[in-house]
Design a binder for this molecule. Structure first.
Ligand code: F6P
Length: 336
């Protein structure tokens, strides 16, 4: 990188659903700006705030101690106006008017689609993937996923205690929007009986009811079914299980609990690192990039390419989980 930064003033915003670790990313951005003598403007309420000029000047004292906090100090929103040609034009005009030479956007795929639209209006943008869903194609990891998994795991562990005492079946709905990554991780980590995800087709009678009956005949007397919200409504799953098996069944939708809380170590470190990397990309004159992880490495890729990629579901892991849960040797051997 040249000694002089290519940008003198940048903006940072968080958009879409919040995720633990967003604050670490903001702090990484602000402190890197401070180091490089770049002015940092915080844009509150995502793209809506960009359009309405909801700006706040950020410095290192304003981000002191925020790494430990869940949510986002900049607040977040999903803006309808920004998706219109007029709203987009207004946002780009405001960036130019305010002398914002680069924009760091922290969020999920909706946020990145907004960033792409802005880049087509000649605004330099860098995206930081941040969503508990871990559903962004270009990166193996999105900030917030680990903390959300741990929050959900803690809840399911507690539910398992009481299900075991009462010999009941617990149906737990976890978030993930259209993806089952969170459900798969939570199900495996808690030793669930069954995991239902949108990526894997299932026959309810065969793959849920029959399996619970078989497990009961083998001596099991409490069950946990993890349902990704994108698979099917969890209340229906609970009803069908209770009706077909006669087992007392309780439903818990974990909901927004999964989005809050103090970020775990991975989200603090990845958030901080990506915040640093975003500013260093803008400072070295790069534009239209998304930061991504491949294994433990941080890379950056063109935003158009990033948005063309879809995230693979870990079918191998899913199959191995099912085989191990039901001690199905043939199914397990097929995963080798
Ligand atoms: O994308 C993150 C996420 O938490 C999804 O898992 C969920 O479907 C959605 O956001 C919920 O959105 P809202 O906070 O608008 O209800």
């Amino acid at each position: 990188m040249a000694i002089e930064s290519a940008v003198k003033r940048i903006g940072v915003l968080t958009s879409g659903g919040d995720a633990p670790g967003m604050n670490a990313a903001i702090r990484g951005v602000v402190r890197t700006c401070e180091c490089l003598d770049i002015e940092c403007i915080g844009i509150r309420h995502g793209y809506a705030g960009l359009i309405s000029g909801d700006f706040i000047s950020l410095n290192q004292s304003m981000v002191k101690g925020i790494t430990v906090r869940g949510g986002t100090i900049l607040c977040t929103a999903r803006s309808k106006e920004f998706t219109t040609p007029e709203g987009l034009q207004k946002a780009a005009d405001i960036c130019r008017h305010m002398g914002i030479e680069g924009l760091v956007v922290i969020g999920g795929d909706g946020t990145f689609r907004g960033a792409l639209a802005l880049s087509q209006h000649d605004i330099s943008v860098v995206g930081i993937p941040c969503t508990i869903d871990n559903d962004i194609g270009c990166t193996t990891y999105t900030i917030g996923f680990d903390t959300a998994c741990n929050t959900a795991i803690d809840a399911v562990d507690r539910l398992n205690d009481t299900m075991q005492s009462h010999e009941r079946c617990s149906v737990v709905e976890v978030m993930g929007r259209h993806a089952g990554h969170l459900a798969l991780a939570v199900g495996i980590a808690t030793g669930a009986t069954i995991i239902l995800v949108p990526e894997v087709e299932y026959d309810f009678d065969k793959d849920v009811i029959e399996r619970i009956r078989t497990a009961r005949l083998a001596g099991r007397n409490n069950f946990a079914v993890i349902v990704a919200e994108g698979a099917e409504p969890a209340y229906g799953v609970a009803e069908k299980i209770a009706d077909a098996t006669g087992i007392e069944t309780r439903l818990t939708a974990l909901g927004h609990i999964q989005r809050g809380g103090s970020p775990h170590v991975r989200d603090r470190i990845v958030g901080t690192s990506m915040g640093f990397k975003a500013v260093s990309l803008l400072a070295s004159g790069k534009k239209s990039r998304i930061i991504a992880m491949r294994g433990d490495k941080f890379i950056d890729i063109d935003i158009v390419e990033a948005l063309s990629l879809t995230k693979n579901f870990d079918f191998e892991m899913y199959k191995a989980f099912s085989a191990l849960t039901f001690l199905d040797k043939q199914a397990l051997l097929r995963t080798f």
